[in-house]
Ligand binder design. Structure first.
Ligand SMILES: *[C@@H]1O[C@H](CO)[C@@H](O)[C@H](O)[C@H]1NC(C)=O
Ligand SMILES: *[C@@H]1O[C@H](CO)[C@@H](O)[C@H](O)[C@H]1NC(C)=O
Length: 346
């Protein structure tokens, strides 16, 4: 059995059933073709409610909004905010590849943002947040970019929350990739192996990514958006020395690698400027740390309002360990800070 299949099987043992409780009605349903889990507050409300759409992590190949920690986060969000929460079960790689996961996520969000749907669930269309962790953070970041700049969406997103997001596949040798190559939780090797399955099953891609020689010659102009020697705060650069990428070594080249639907970090300033209120969590001990830090810099540079939480003792995936049997304090802290931010800002 392949590593990711084994992992998927283990995770699926952790999938919860849609069980309602005294405060929340939980149902598995679909928005168009996309399976979603809906969490609706039971309490009667005088006014319209805020809503959170949640996109789960799992390196594009694993996971579900039904996993115990996500289910528990969703219930807590309903209880604390009197909000409607939607967990989206987009299809997964390697069976479905770029850009299917994003398209599924966007079509679920689009379904929810229809006037009659927000009305049906008593949602205030001016108080909707898109949230995602890890690879789900990438889907949330890109979906937010698409919706904010697409005139077809009349209802916009009020806020986005990105928890240790994956945001780019151009440069996999940033200081955080080097310093936390062995993890904890997410090693560079596993991230490259699983992440590249979203693009192709061809083994040549992860091999080239590992030595950071996977980008095509025509991508040179995009590196200014991920240039950590200018965009990463000095404290995180430490003694690392920036080296120019080596381009054009990989055949065939994959158009996805130059696409901001895979790497939202390479969207242009003129697009980033349209982004809403943003919450970003970065963890110190995380290969993806610098993706998040650079996004914070880029968004602040164009005037987007960003709340940045950096956890010095944090590591990737902590949120997924806050429930049984781990009850990890760090995961609970990430949850509580995020929910407090929602209470104040959504
Ligand atoms: C339901 O809400 C009440 C009041 O906020 C709370 O005390 C109780 O623990 C909640 N029940 C569950 C199952 O979460
Ligand atoms: C990255 O930044 C450094 C320092 O400013 C600069 O010398 C280099 O040309 C930049 N490289 C790219 C690819 O943007």
């Amino acid at each position: 059995m392949k590593y990711e299949e084994l992992f998927l099987m283990l995770l699926s043992l952790d999938y919860t059933k849609p069980v309602s409780d005294e405060n929340v009605t939980v149902t598995d349903t679909a928005f168009g073709d996309i399976p979603v889990r809906l969490y609706l507050p039971k309490r009667k409300s005088e006014r319209q409610r805020p809503a959170v759409i949640f996109l789960h992590g799992g390196a594009f190949v694993l996971g579900s909004c039904k996993q115990t920690p996500y289910d528990s986060l969703s219930r807590r969000t309903v209880n604390k905010l009197d909000a409607v929460v939607v967990g989206v079960d987009f299809r997964l790689a390697p069976q479905y590849q770029f850009p299917v996961l994003l398209e599924d996520a966007v079509s679920a969000v689009k379904f929810f943002l229809q006037d009659n749907v927000v009305e049906k669930y008593g949602v205030d269309p001016t108080r909707i947040c898109l949230t995602g962790d890890s690879s789900g953070g990438m889907l949330a970041a890109k979906a937010t970019q698409l919706i904010q700049s697409d005139p077809e969406f009349r209802i916009k997103i009020k806020a986005q929350a990105l928890i240790y997001p994956f945001l780019q596949m151009l440069d996999i040798s940033m200081p955080s990739h080097q310093d936390y190559e062995q993890g904890p939780i997410l090693s560079r090797d596993v991230a490259v192996r699983l992440g590249s399955l979203y693009v192709t099953k061809d083994k040549a891609l992860p091999q080239a990514i590992r030595i950071n020689q996977h980008m095509p010659e025509e991508s040179r102009h995009l590196f200014k958006y991920v240039n950590w020697s200018t965009l990463l705060p000095e404290k995180f650069r430490k003694n690392h020395v920036y080296t120019e990428p080596i381009l054009g070594r990989l055949n065939p080249s994959y158009p996805a690698l130059m696409d901001s639907r895979l790497s939202p970090l390479i969207d242009e300033d003129s697009q980033l400027r349209k982004l809403p209120l943003t919450y970003i969590v970065t963890c110190e001990h995380d290969i993806l740390r610098d993706d998040g830090l650079i996004y914070v810099t880029r968004l602040q540079n164009v005037g987007v309002q960003v709340t940045h939480v950096h956890l010095e003792n944090g590591f990737h995936g902590a949120l997924s360990l806050m429930a049984l049997p781990f009850y990890l304090d760090l995961g609970i802290k990430i949850q509580d800070k995020y929910i407090s931010w929602l209470e104040e800002n959504l």
